[in-house]
Design a binder for this molecule. Structure first.
Ligand SMILES: *[C@@H]1O[C@H](CO)[C@@H](O)[C@H](O)[C@H]1NC(C)=O
Length: 418
């Protein structure tokens, strides 16, 4: 392959740095084994689903292999699939062992390739069940519910969801023989993919739900980081920031208030200017993107005092006006924002593009897909970012070693002086 330059770096990275530590936060940065950690990564929601079919499982390995050869070290994926066709959870508390073994395999393979996972616990949308399925389950248990947003309010639904959290976190991995809650391959839990509650634009429903669920997760697992899965829209707690939002719609979330919840360890941001500003030209979309990211990085630093992960961004060939150059420009824009923040020790902790596929997965194409072996110009942009973030990690690690050495020398000097 063409990525020679990265191979020795990666070997060092996988064996020398990834080690076995949990990713932690220290101020506005992630830490791994005590040194700042920056994540270049990807989304691949399909990992568990594909891994649950042993004839397809090799695609998971291929995806991880290609990702790690491009320096990618974090994957975000779904640890849910509620009801419907080949689910993880057939009905509340009733699980599909074959699907769970798929998840076990994904975690074991991620570890083998030096990749950390962010596991999301439920969907806002109907794909793979989501809040609609939970609300329907509660109806079948006799609850009278009006809206899918009752997911956030109804005690029976909340009980079902908490049971799912408990089941996943306590799962014993049949491959690694480690309970999920004790496995450092998992970097973080995510409460929900893109929580939205349009029925309560005041934001108090989502705020209360995040508080309750964050403390529930922490009552089971204090090893792992937790994030809420938010897209990043500003709400009532920061009226001066509302103009940064794309459009005027209020979806019941609040970047500042929601991420201030104590159990939430880091903030997340999603960016889809091609969907959000579909009637604007590319130049305008890119300038929106620059402002959107800058505002959130500043607020993560100055108000939240937590790291921020750009957990989803991408550009679809299905949206009119698409070009590969345009996609590469979008990736470069996001990556440069992350890099320039990271370089000065800022709060941007990394970026995960949507979405990675590997060869032979045409039925999973959603317009945003990248096959690293096929989409070469974008793959190059991705590799460059892996390299740059890796170099920042090395510089910080070296500074830390110099500090340690100075402290050791000072201590020795004292002893001799005595
Ligand atoms: C990615 O590569 C495939 C195969 O060459 C091609 O069909 C597809 O159009 C490329 N996608 C983009 C967005 O460039």
């Amino acid at each position: 392959m063409k990525l020679w330059g990265l191979a020795p770096l990666l070997a060092l990275f996988i064996h020398g740095v990834a080690g076995d530590g949990f990713v932690k936060t220290g101020g506005i940065r992630f830490l791994l084994n005590g040194s700042p950690y920056y994540a270049n990564g990807f989304n691949a929601y399909w990992l568990m689903y594909v891994a649950s079919d042993s004839s397809q499982r090799s695609k998971v390995s291929a995806a991880f292999r290609e990702a790690s050869s491009h320096g990618l070290t974090v994957a975000r994926t779904w640890a849910f699939s509620d009801g419907g066709y080949r689910p993880l959870q057939y009905s509340p508390g009733n699980y599909n062992e074959q699907m769970f073994q798929g998840m076990d395999f994904v975690i074991a393979e991620a570890r083998r390739f030096g990749i950390k996972l962010i596991l999301s616990l439920v969907n806002n949308y109907e794909n793979f069940g989501g809040k609609k399925q939970y609300v329907n389950w509660a109806r079948s248990y006799g609850q009278f519910l009006n809206s899918d947003d009752d997911f956030f309010r109804n005690p029976v639904v909340k009980g079902f969801y908490k049971n799912h959290i408990r089941t996943v976190l306590n799962r014993y991995n049949s491959f690694t023989r480690i309970h999920y809650k004790d496995d450092p391959t998992i970097m973080a839990w995510e409460l929900m993919n893109e929580p939205r509650c349009i029925s309560d634009p005041s934001g108090s429903t989502i705020q209360a739900w995040i508080m309750e669920m964050a403390s529930f997760v922490k009552s089971i697992d204090r090893n792992h980081l937790l994030e809420a899965g938010l897209e990043g829209f500003y709400g009532h707690s920061s009226p001066q920031r509302m103009s940064v939002n794309p459009g005027s719609s209020n979806i019941g979330t609040d970047f500042i208030a929601n991420n201030r919840v104590p159990g939430i360890d880091f903030a997340t941001l999603h960016s889809y200017p091609d969907q959000w500003l579909s009637s604007s030209n590319e130049q305008y979309q890119i300038s929106f993107l620059n402002n959107w990211i800058s505002a959130h990085i500043q607020d993560a630093e100055n108000i939240l005092h937590k790291p921020i992960l750009l957990a989803e961004f991408g550009k679809s060939w299905k949206v009119p006006g698409f070009s590969t150059n345009g996609r590469d420009l979008l990736f470069n824009t996001v990556y440069y924002k992350i890099y320039s923040s990271a370089r000065r020790g800022g709060a941007a902790a990394g970026g995960l593009f949507w979405q990675l596929l590997t060869e032979g997965m045409d039925s999973f194409r959603d317009g945003y897909e990248i096959v690293l072996s096929q989409n070469l110009s974008t793959a190059n942009v991705i590799t460059q970012q892996s390299r740059r973030l890796y170099q920042i990690r090395r510089i910080f690690a070296r500074m830390r070693n110099i500090e340690k050495w100075k402290r050791a020398r000072a201590a020795r000097g004292k002893r001799i002086g005595n």
